[in-house]
Design a protein around this ligand. Structure first.
Ligand code: TEU
Ligand code: CA
Length: 539
């Protein structure tokens, strides 16, 4: 029998299919490419795979604009390939979760094609139509309203014009979505990652975009009508969640979702009140405070996700680590810091080998619609080219979307023809092949972290306690379960740093994992080397 909360003990691997592996030489990753690499994911030890959208789509936003939820995009393969993938995962004990993008569809979806035909079309109210736009804005820039000449009204789109927002107040929309979800559940998937789910309760006439008043009623209804009794992993993407809001989604008694992605830590290196393109240096104390707040808020009910990366975020080693001489050490430090915490860890493709930003010089090498829109808007607003490109090299979503680096062959082994997006030229050194050949690689560090989590319940269940909050360079915390303890000590920077720990109560101490040889076990005065990170087991 499957346990109700199996996902608390799982580690998820996220795949962005377009950039994973091209099996049929068209320069685009595909489902058969994923099947070829399932043994690799199994070797890493992840037991859940989150697949970004592979549904039929005009690909204006790389599949987050869906024109048919029950068909596979031709560029990715066929429904037969998809069923094969589900099956091949199953034989390896890997659960597959799919992206659920139901705040909006593509403008090519038959519902929208109908909806825009006339004001009295049966599908008119599947979307949000108004006579006049209001002040709401699109997350991709500009107004959230697009004028449609055929009926003389405006429709709502919180993303691109080609992604009209569904009207969740319409019970027929909700029924259609639940029906589609059940279609996929019956195919044998194990859960959903829910795209911008905090927007479905929108009340545009009152200017409400996120966290609308009916949001949680809809999720309860969805839970009852689809996955509720099935013990699936459900994770909501919620950019605006506070811990209080996180509990509304994930507290067991509320019967909504398993957990959410909480983005508060991801906003710590932008200027307050401004967009993430407006950069600010991370303050380690801010990171400690925010991570600790989330860890402690979910100590006894609800659940946390743990992630540094996804397909929308900069790569962590280039962001808060060191993508120069300390790339491997800092990648392992960041992995240790996160995977020692309580929650379900998510690893984004390439993170496990320490992939970095490519820092391309030209805007033409950043095809993402969000980046392209921002570039044009900021050029028009008088920003310098240099300043804009710097923000892009640090924060653009495409930093995470360069093709996966498998080996030293042309295009990093991703494809034998020219890929849809340029490969990071550092694939000659940073690649899976080299990682697998080196027992000290970033890959094996992740493998060990996953194995430890599977082996020791304290990783899942232990409480969390921050140590030495005001230490400017070291992030250290404890996990406690009964008479067992873990101590995690991480030097966040390139300078060596001293950490002091009272050994008075310690009977027995040993190193479970370190990113250096010979980390000390006498910690009265522990001088950490650059980016040194150690997990101790203490009794
Ligand atoms: O992202 C939600 C979202 O708001 C992002 O666009 C975010 O604001 C941006 O990436 C800043 O980091 C989800 C998907 O993950 C994203 O890929 C889609 O483009 C978007 O929804 C629309 O479906
Ligand atoms: Ca292909």
């Amino acid at each position: 029998m499957i346990e109700k909360d199996w996902w608390k003990r799982s580690v998820v691997y996220q795949i962005y299919p377009k950039s994973f592996l091209d099996s049929n030489r068209d320069g685009i990753g595909d489902i058969n490419g994923i099947i070829r690499k399932l043994d690799y994911i199994q070797k890493l030890g992840a037991d859940v795979l989150w697949l970004c959208p592979v549904y039929q789509s005009p690909q204006v936003d790389n599949g987050y604009d869906i024109s048919d939820y029950t068909q596979i995009a031709e560029q990715y393969g066929t429904m037969h390939d998809m069923e094969n993938l589900i099956q091949e995962c199953k034989v390896r004990g890997i659960k597959l979760i799919m992206d659920l993008v139901v705040n909006h569809t593509s403008d090519q979806h038959p519902w929208f094609v109908e909806s825009r035909k006339s004001k009295n079309n049966a599908y008119r109210d599947f979307y949000v139509w108004r006579d006049e736009p209001n002040e709401l804005t699109s997350n991709f820039g500009g107004s959230a309203w697009a004028y449609d000449a055929s009926t003389g009204q405006y429709y709502l789109h919180f993303y691109s014009k080609q992604q009209p927002d569904l009207n969740w107040e319409n019970p027929k929309v909700r029924a259609a979505v639940y029906h589609m979800m059940n279609f996929w559940i019956e195919k044998g998937i194990s859960g959903f990652r829910m795209d911008v789910i905090d927007l479905i309760g929108k009340e545009p006439d009152r200017g409400i975009k996120e966290n609308g008043p009916k949001l949680h009623d809809y999720l309860k209804e969805m839970n009852r009508q689809t996955f509720g009794a099935k013990h699936l992993l459900t994770v909501g993407e919620t950019w605006g969640a506070t811990p209080e809001i996180g509990h509304l989604y994930s507290d067991e008694a509320r019967e909504e979702l398993s957990m959410v992605f909480q983005f508060e830590p991801m906003n710590l290196d932008k200027q307050p009140g401004k967009h993430r393109w407006d950069l600010k240096k991370l303050d380690l104390t801010d990171l400690k405070d925010v991570m600790t707040k989330w860890q402690q808020s979910f100590a006894s009910s609800g659940w946390n996700s743990l992630f540094w990366n996804n397909h929308d975020l900069p790569r962590i080693v280039s962001r808060w680590g060191n993508d120069g001489p300390y790339r491997e050490r800092s990648a392992k430090m960041l992995a240790t810091l996160l995977h020692g915490m309580k929650g379900t860890p998510y690893i984004y493709q390439g993170e496990e080998i320490g992939m970095t930003h490519a820092k391309f010089a030209s805007i033409d090498d950043y095809p993402d619609i969000e980046t392209q829109n921002m570039y044009r808007a900021r050029i028009a607003a008088g920003y310098s080219e240099q300043e804009i490109m710097h923000s892009i090299q640090m924060k653009a979503r495409d930093n995470a979307r360069t093709p996966m680096q498998w080996d030293e062959r042309e295009n990093g082994g991703f494809s034998s023809v020219r890929p849809w997006m340029k490969v990071n030229p550092n694939y000659h050194t940073i690649n899976v092949f080299n990682n697998l050949a080196d027992p000290n690689s970033v890959f094996y560090h992740y493998q060990k972290l996953i194995a430890l989590r599977k082996e020791k319940a304290i990783f899942t269940e232990g409480t969390y306690e921050l140590l030495d909050r005001d230490h400017p360079n070291v992030y250290a915390y404890k996990r406690v379960m009964g008479d067992q303890e873990l101590l995690v000590v991480c030097n966040f920077y390139e300078q060596s740093a001293v950490f002091q720990y009272d050994m008075g109560q310690v009977r027995d101490i040993r190193v479970l994992l370190s990113n250096y040889p010979n980390s000390p076990i006498q910690l009265e005065r522990f001088e950490l080397r650059p980016y040194e990170a150690v997990i101790y087991e203490i009794k």
